[in-house]
Design a protein around this ligand. Sequence first.
Ligand code: ATP
Ligand code: MG
Length: 381
Amino acid sequence: MREVLQVRFGEIFLKGLNRPTFLKMLVSRVRDAVKETGGRVWLSDSRVYVSDMTDMDEAIRRVTKVFGVHSVCRAIEMEKGDFTALCDQAVELMRGHKGSFKVSARRSDKRYFMDSPAINMEMGGYILERLPDLRVDVKNPDVVLSVEIRDMAYLYTHPIMAVGGMPVGSNGKATLLLSGGIDSPVAGWMIAKRGVTVNAVHFNSPPYTSERARQKVLDLAKILSESLCGIRVHVVPFTDIQMQIHEKCHEDYTTVIMRRYMMRIANEIARREHSQALITGESIGQVASQTMHALSCTDAVADMPVFRPLIGFDKSEIIEIAQKIGTYETSNLPYEDCCTVFTPRHPATKPKMDIILEGESKLDTEALIAAAIEGSEVIQL
Ligand code: ATP
Ligand code: MG
């Protein structure tokens, strides 16, 4: 008999013929997650198990963050042949609990000598006899004692919910425009949760943006990297482009034009990274550059889909997720972003394409983009 961590997955079940590949990925992600706690990970009978870790709580903390994991439970694993021994163990698990309970048995070993209703009844009765303070309530119990009869028997109460989603690597690759703000780390996390491998592009404008602002973005990327299974960040020098926009374009249009250059560069880096989409943290109406009009102007320069998972979210809803995923505190540090350098007094909320194009015609777009990409630094986290 020993305690193991039983790991359940959710949507992988939907994946039909691809299921074995997805499962293999998930096992590998769980294995990476528990590496430092020394756990052994294996797949058996449609469940992933972790055993022999040095620190169960730390293993739970890590595994519940793995995309694709629906829930985990601390389970007692034991031989299934001796039903009385199972019942004795069930009594130990229920000892200390008050109120109502029910036994919920599942039997994937159909040759087992008792069926599920019989296990529920026998084990329930056995527990009641020994713990008379408990009562049975099959409709709305305070505690469910689960018994799974597989190659071994597993007993547990209180499953712990995990993050859900799909294993990273199972759904293509996308490039995140990562700022130091609250929104973009959340946006990247949400897309990665659907199984997408995410890399990032960050624009900085030294000396207008500081080394600390750059480090803040790398710190955010580092926090994300645990869930995202690593992240590569391209830090792109943006000062020259911003200066030229500032000098040559209509003041009200500098923001939207700057955003179009960000999009163009990110698009080119994404193409080289073999990404199939871009990701931003924009939401409708949050600032002038995120009106419907402005968003369509930035979209127009991308030749791949732009995912904006926060498009319909309020700031308070985004903050809630940022707190949950651990990026909020870092995002909240007060360092400047290149977007906040040279902000116009009255940014155009309904920018006109002819004015944008007229402004951009004064810039050597190709050369500026090439130089920015050439000068960028790639950091693997
Ligand atoms: P917040 O709104 O919380 O300040 P943000 O990251 O959303 O942070 P915005 O000014 O709203 O900042 O920018 C909109 C989006 O544009 C961001 O979500 C991000 O995807 C992208 N972006 C902004 N600035 C940068 C930057 N310096 N580098 C890369 N992407 C950026
Ligand atoms: Mg924002």
